[in-house]
Design a protein around this ligand. Sequence first.
Ligand code: IPM
Ligand code: MG
Length: 372
Amino acid sequence: MSYGNPCLRHKIVLLPGDGIGSEVTNAAVQVMKTVAENFNVTLKFEERLIGGCSYEKFGTPLTDETLQACYDSDAVFLGAVGGPKWEALPHQLKPEAALLKLRKALGLYTNIRPAKIYNALINSSTLKKEVLQGTDFIVLRELTGGIYFGNPRGFDKERGWNTMEYTREEVERIARMAFKIAQGRRKKVVSVDKANVLEVSQFWRNIVHEVHKDYPDVELSDMYVDNAAMQIVRNPKQFDVILTSNLFGDILSDIAGMITGSLGMLPSASIGNKYALYEPVHGSAPDIAGQSKANPLAAISSVAMMFNYSFQMQKAAEVIEEAVERTLAKSYRTQDIYSDGCSLVTTQQMTNCVIENFNEIFNEQALGVFTL
Ligand code: IPM
Ligand code: MG
């Protein structure tokens, strides 16, 4: 029996980056290959340097060749960038600068970070089980505008300055995305801003409400960012889609990440009109790099997002997600999510278990009929 369309070929650029980036990318690729075999699609991989390792080799964290490879891709998968070795470099040479440049150059204005609770991990969060149970929301972060990219910017001996600016077009397109995504979920958008203090936030709020007129089936409310930070911890169940700007989304997505137990579990998708990039939210974790201790599940869930958003293979995405859940239910744990009585496993053992479960689920479901 064969599923999918064998004519489908996707070119994926792999950017493992620094620290544990290569270990989790390696895990992700194994899962991509498993999907390709089972769903009968052809994936072509091209690997490039980014971040600190690129700086070491080429004197820049992002070369034109790497960027061009991304322009020629159907999807980009990134591991992680950064490390203490490169922290003292000037701004534009830091590994993080490569990530920001890539987001801007590829026009990846929508960043999707789901905060989902895995039942098996409900006790690894610092929050109470009752507070968490049933939490399922996404932080939808504007990714190519706001204070991250505004000019003027700089500092001298006496002063430092940045500019938070949004254009109508920038707010409109991310707002539309939020309402569309909400339509496929519980139809609730909370737009987070600081309109009581910042003019740019008042502008953001006005535009979001204008766009909302086109999506009357979605419920829209506004929340100040300080309150939102508190509400995510107080009662995370109230949220469905949190729509917010670049800086606020950076902060809120880390809070949202931690309530789920470990940043090592969180996937992300960054999407534009033409390109898309998938990456685990966690960083390069230089302290555990090269020791096979990294949790590959965020990377693997990012692969699920890739099949879902870039290749419209929702079934494949679902099977990956279920395979991750089964792996956790079987008590496989890397050290970041370890608790007493579980099996402490390496990055590769965890990956093997996900792949075994993937095949198991695929075979179970293949008894019925399913399509891409
Ligand atoms: C993130 C990170 C990045 C950001 C850094 C590494 C530039 O914190 O993706 O959330 O601030 O956007
Ligand atoms: Mg961040």
